[in-house]
Design a binder for this molecule. Structure first.
Ligand SMILES: [Fe+2]
Length: 173
């Protein structure tokens, strides 16, 4: 498990009453809070992937350097979608790097690990932790009747799991 134990929660900002959503306020509050947790982890993971892109060394460099950039580009897009969904539901996007550092449950990337294979293995563990949060939030959205948030998370998961496969296939595992 690559998640740290206890982290502080994202700021609890009241949701607006006027939104395009038909969901009740209680459901919107819960989903917004969960989306902000995923946003914090997405911002954390994006920064870790960029650090891996910059520092990776070894025979795998020609493959992994651009592959990590592909992952970072996708994560930046998904973070945007997670944040905007939170706002669509009447919430506030709590997406500063300071909030992300405080609330992300992903383990920090140790900077001393720079060898291609070891670095890719560390990213696999963090990719899986991010997936776990996305699945939990999708289930919460489904149970709250928010099929649109669930669909958004399914789309992100499909692409993110594909990237997890890219990493594993690159390592031959
Ligand atoms: Fe670059």
């Amino acid at each position: 498990m690559t998640r740290a134990t206890v982290k502080s929660s994202v700021p609890n900002v009241a949701v607006r009453t006027s939104t395009p959503s038909a969901l009740n306020e209680t459901s919107r509050e819960r989903i917004v809070a969960a989306l902000n947790e995923r946003l914090a982890e997405g911002i954390d993971l994006h920064s870790q992937v960029k650090v891996a892109h910059w520092n990776v060394k070894g025979p795998g460099f020609p493959t992994l350097h651009p592959l990590f950039e592909t992952f970072a580009t996708a994560l930046a897009q998904w973070n945007d979608e997670l944040a905007e969904r939170a706002v669509i539901l009447g919430g506030t996007a709590c997406g500063t790097t300071r909030i992300a550092a405080r609330t992300s449950r992903l383990a920090e990337l140790p900077l001393e690990v720079q060898r291609d294979v070891e670095l890719a293995e560390l990213l696999i563990a963090r990719f899986d932790a991010f997936s776990e949060g996305l699945r939990d939030t999708r289930l919460m959205a489904e149970e709250s009747g928010d099929i649109d948030t669930a669909d958004l998370l399914t789309g992100i998961l499909q692409q993110h799991e594909k990237h997890g496969w890219f990493l594993r296939a690159t390592l031959g595992v």
